[in-house]
Design a protein around this ligand. Structure first.
Ligand SMILES: [Zn+2]
Ligand SMILES: [Zn+2]
Length: 170
């Protein structure tokens, strides 16, 4: 790829966006950035950026936006997947990014959205009332499957043991 095209490319990118996203500032098609490459071919901006970083994307693979932000061209937010896998993810993924920062779910106070490389998904960095932190997936928070760092359970156990021992003592 010619150098001049990549310089033109990065001039149209804002790297100071929420969640570490690099947002395309020029023409959009169905929400995705478009760019005229050195061969005057119109290409998707996120594919162009990924290929600058990693070389040509294998035939038949699509790029999944792990951050759910179609304007984003940050290569670390993109993962090449098969069409089938991409469709499966689109169905299972929340339609829109919902900002939970500052919200309280039981004992968790949501801090910021963080990419979890272990599970290859976005999770929320949360602060527990007790001071511990955790990376919690969105549906575990919103469906109440994770309520605290785990101290809560232990505290409840200790509490029931106390009540029990009190009743025995009486
Ligand atoms: Zn992104
Ligand atoms: Zn805790």
């Amino acid at each position: 790829m010619k150098k001049d095209a990549s310089i033109r490319f990065w001039e149209k990118v804002n790297k100071n966006c929420k969640n570490g996203c690099w947002e395309w500032q020029a023409h959009l098609h169905k929400g995705y950035g478009q760019f005229g490459d050195s061969n005057r071919k119109i290409v998707y901006a996120h594919r162009y950026s990924y290929e600058l970083e990693h070389g040509t994307i294998s035939a038949g693979l699509e790029l999944d936006h792990l951050c759910c932000n179609p304007r984003c061209v940050n290569p670390t937010h993109l993962e090449p997947v098969t069409r089938q896998e991409n469709i499966r993810r689109i169905i299972s993924k929340p339609r829109r990014f919902i900002d939970l920062a500052g919200q309280k779910f039981h004992r968790w106070l949501v801090q910021e959205s963080v990419y979890d490389p272990k599970y290859k998904r976005w999770s929320w960095l949360c602060l527990c009332d007790c001071g511990n932190t955790g990376l919690i997936a969105v549906n575990r928070l919103t469906r109440g499957r994770s309520k605290s760092c785990g101290f809560l359970k232990r505290e409840a156990l200790v509490e029931s043991w106390r009540t029990l021992s009190h009743s025995y003592l009486r």
